[in-house]
Design a protein around this ligand. Structure first.
Ligand code: GDP
Ligand code: MG
Length: 441
């Protein structure tokens, strides 16, 4: 996956403060490859990478995640932002009938999507919907829509043989007006490739029907050609949105980014199957994940970042990197255990720490015990806290008296500290806390 590849790129970056330009650029080459593999059109991938590179350079390296994961997160967030900052609602609050016109290449899924949307509007929103096919090129195209109308129980305009698209559109409009329909869906003809005859016909219909929505229907498997399709259509008619079909297949979602970049219009729906209810609102996060091919990495990153309270984590991380763990660190951990009801955020993540916790739990960890431990540490001198090995029998007696505990209690505390310190040393050999989190991703 992308985050695996980025992991290598950022290996050298550990311990540095900020993402530097050279490393980010190297990482962005990997991002660009991932985008192209996901079928994002070349110029779109290039622009996107340039934009995100600027954003990423100079950002502080979070201590709680690896730089590779952090860059994936920056790229992911930028993708989501770009794919989905607009609402996906249909704008049909006009004087009825609201006309929705679907355009696109032949086979992109216009007719199927017309029926899906009609069903959605009729069944889920209680709209009175009429459908009309303006496709006079493909044999039986109008009959195809009539069949879908029967299946979805949505009215279709009666077929009149020999009529041209503009005339069918006029007839549909007056029928919808006269019969009080809320919505009129116009399914148009497509060609295998963009051509001027198709565009002229489409423009003439748009002039007559004055649609509230002109939706470009695009097969999500359309690869590098997506840019040409999108720009040709959007130059000719004022598109209001895009619908991506066949998102149920193995499309990697790149067409979505290309569409969004070229048309500047929101992707309103995704077709996810041949059945007539296989349509859903477009999910930017899901698609961003698909494009990066990274499954759950982002949620993992987010969880890691939350789990470790930033302040504690940063302080701990730098000490752990040196294999240090003194009484001050133990005290910080105890305070955190108190806050979090028995389990320190770090403790759960570090092997060996669990054992120390269990040792502690043998005396049944409750608030009182944690407070007593805190009292013992308070009774130590700063030197003793930094160097617990100074604690001889005489000093232990003094600490026990000062904290209202026994020498036995002090010994238990020291034993626990010892075990945690051992765990830290082991952790250091494994590359520190950041190494651990890296392994999770
Ligand atoms: P048109 O030429 O643009 O009108 O395309 P059609 O609506 O006739 O669809 C062409 C084919 O694509 C049909 O077999 C549809 O069942 C299929 N299709 C349309 N949308 C989807 C989709 O979202 N998923 C899948 N798997 N197939 C789809
Ligand atoms: Mg069709």
């Amino acid at each position: 996956s992308l985050s695996d590849r980025l992991g290598g790129v950022f290996e050298r970056l550990r311990g540095r403060g900020a993402l530097n330009e050279g490393d980010v650029r190297t990482a962005m080459r990997e991002v660009r490859i991932a985008l192209l593999e996901a079928d994002v059109a070349l110029p779109v991938a290039r622009d996107f990478v340039d934009k995100v590179t600027e954003q990423a350079i100079g950002q502080q390296v979070l201590r709680s995640v690896t730089p590779g994961q952090q860059v994936v997160k920056i790229v992911h967030d930028a993708l989501v932002d770009m794919l989905g900052s607009d609402t996906a609602e249909l704008e049909i609050g006009v004087t009825p009938p609201a006309v929705i016109m679907l355009v696109g290449l032949q086979g992109s899924g216009k007719t199927t999507t017309t029926a899906k949307l009609a069903k959605l509007l009729a069944k889920a929103q209680g709209k009175k919907v009429m459908m009309a096919s303006l496709d006079v090129n493909r044999p039986a195209a109008q009959e195809q829509l009539a069949v879908l109308g029967t299946q979805t129980e949505v009215t279709t305009l009666p077929i009149v043989a020999g009529q041209q698209p503009v005339d069918i559109a006029k007839r549909a409009l007056s029928a919808a007006k006269l019969q009080g329909f809320d919505v009129l869906m116009l399914d148009t003809a497509g060609r295998l490739h963009v051509d001027q005859a198709l565009m002229d016909e489409m423009k003439a219909v748009a002039d007559i029907a004055n649609p509230a929505e002109i939706l470009l229907v695009v097969d999500s498997l359309t690869g590098q050609d997506a840019v040409n399709v999108a720009s040709s259509f959007s130059e000719q008619v004022p598109l209001t949105g895009v619908i991506l079909t066949r998102m149920d297949g193995d499309a990697r979602g790149g067409a979505a980014l290309s569409m969004r970049a070229v048309t500047g219009k929101p992707i309103k729906f995704a077709g996810v199957g041949e059945k007539l209810d296989a349509i859903e609102p477009f999910h930017p996060k899901r698609v961003a994940g698909r494009i990066l091919g990274m499954g759950d990495v982002v949620s993992l990153v987010e969880r890691a970042a939350e789990a470790i309270q930033q302040e504690d984590a940063e302080r701990m991380a730098s000490r752990l990197a040196k294999g240090q763990f003194d009484m001050n660190d133990l005290r910080a951990q105890l305070a955190q255990m108190r806050r979090m009801g028995g389990l320190g955020a770090l403790a759960g993540m570090i092997p060996g720490m669990k054992k120390a916790q269990a040792a502690m739990a043998s005396g049944a960890v409750d608030e009182k015990i944690l407070l007593r431990m805190d009292a013992m540490i308070t009774s130590m001198t700063p030197k003793e806290r930094a160097k617990p090995e100074l604690l001889n029998a005489k000093r232990k007696i003094r600490i026990a008296k000062g904290s209202g505990t026994t020498v036995q209690d002090v010994n238990k505390l020291l034993k626990m500290h010892q075990e945690m310190q051992t765990a830290m040393k082991r952790l250091k050999k494994m590359g520190g806390l950041k190494g651990m989190l890296g392994m999770l991703g």
